[in-house]
Design a protein. Structure first.
Length: 120
């Protein structure tokens, strides 16, 4: 069964080596637990959850992947806007994304690399 040990460990800023030390096990053993190659028995669940300061159930709960740096910046900027500007930005984003969501957009790398001649 897939678990979230690695994601929670990284979220807390704890290295695999350090968590292994805190658990009194090897880095290899922890790696096997994180990847699901070794079954996560009840005693492991309790010990890991305690060290990571989470409820044991959080080791399995589905959560979205962490945001990358650009997405985090976008969220911070969005949250700083007043309500009416948030609505306008959402509408703009939806309109920009429509072709991609519909699978109609082509590769935009060449457009991004080519300067817009109207701007000069």
């Amino acid at each position: 069964m897939r678990n979230r040990i690695r994601a929670l460990r990284e979220q807390k800023g704890i290295s695999q080596t350090r968590l292994a030390e805190l658990l009194g096990t090897s880095k290899m053993q922890l790696s096997r637990l994180e990847t699901g190659k070794r079954r996560l028995a009840g005693d492991w669940v309790v010990r890991i959850a305690k060290i990571l300061e989470v409820h044991p159930g959080e080791l399995w709960q589905d959560m979205p992947e962490p945001l990358d740096e650009k997405a985090e910046t976008l969220v911070e900027l969005f949250n700083s806007l007043p309500g009416h500007q948030k609505e306008a930005l959402l509408q703009l984003a939806e309109n920009l994304a429509k072709p991609y969501l519909a699978g109609e957009a082509g590769d935009d790398k060449s457009a991004a690399a080519t300067p817009d001649k109207r701007a000069s």
